[in-house]
Design a protein around this ligand. Structure first.
Ligand code: 13P
Length: 253
């Protein structure tokens, strides 16, 4: 079975102490995971070592960065490289979140470099894609997401693409309380899997986890995750409340 993943994206929220408290409250629940289930915490850079320490020895729990540089190393003040993340034992990195695309001008080509560097340092990219409302309103969402995948990921070999996690996050559903319907989520996830199968193979498409993101809550996670092509969620707001995120973890297939 494909991996089923509940991923928390804290974004730029919580102080260090609040972050510690939140992680402690979630971990004390000792939610036991099936072999193919994973929980990922994408925390701000200064909290990564703390998160990695707390998650050490917890099977199938991982810390993640929310971004990394598209440059390998050197004179890039303020940037954090994939190699640096690797050196502190971070195993995952969110790439191409729509907030980074919109506010920090991240484009498909730079994201391709980021994904390459992550793979070079054994870091699993959680690659985000998804369309704005204006694109969905004219029915062009499938082509929009297809271009994002093609331009950032489809140069990878079959071995490499198998190491990537995809997160479909329709921008109109992020932080708005406007969740995609299960039909909308399933339709796009199935389309992404179809694209992967066409470019690579059905076998490969079948093992790549595709997470849904956009107003996932304790109350809707089970229904969303029950879609055959939805393999968990990338969760913003609801991942900041211990009880809610625990319910979302428990909703994994
Ligand atoms: P919300 O869950 O707050 O809508 O955010 C989704 C998201 O952007 C996760 O990366």
């Amino acid at each position: 079975m494909r991996k089923q993943i509940a991923a928390a994206n804290w974004k730029m929220n919580l102080t260090y102490q609040q972050g510690e408290e939140l992680l402690d409250s979630i971990l004390k629940e000792e939610i036991s995971l099936e072999k193919d289930q994973q929980v990922v915490f994408a925390v701000p850079f200064p909290y990564l070592i703390m998160a990695a320490e707390k998650l050490k020895g917890r099977k199938n729990y991982f810390g993640s960065a929310q971004n990394c540089s598209d440059k390998k190393s050197g004179a890039y003040t303020g940037e954090v490289s994939a190699e640096m993340l690797h050196s502190i034992h971070i195993t995952h990195c969110v790439l191409g979140h729509s907030e980074r695309r919109e506010y920090f001008s991240e484009f498909n080509q730079a994201l391709a470099h980021k994904a390459e560097l992550c793979l070079e340092y054994n870091i699993t990219p959680i690659f985000c894609c998804g369309e704005p409302l204006s694109i969905r309103e004219v029915g062009a969402e499938e082509g929009f997401v297809e271009a994002q995948l093609k331009e950032s990921l489809f140069h990878f070999s079959e071995d490499q693409i198998r190491k990537i996690v995809i997160a479909y996050e329709p921008i109109w559903a992020i932080g708005t309380g406007m969740t995609a319907t299960t039909a909308q989520a399933q339709e796009m996830h199935a389309h992404i899997r179809f694209l992967l199968a066409s470019k690579y193979s059905k076998n490969t498409a079948d093992i790549i986890p595709i997470l849904y993101g956009g107003s996932v809550k304790a109350g809707n996670a089970k229904e969303l995750f029950s879609c055959p092509d939805v393999d968990g969620g990338l969760v913003g707001g609801a991942s900041l409340v211990a009880a809610d995120f625990c319910s979302i973890i428990r909703a994994l297939k």
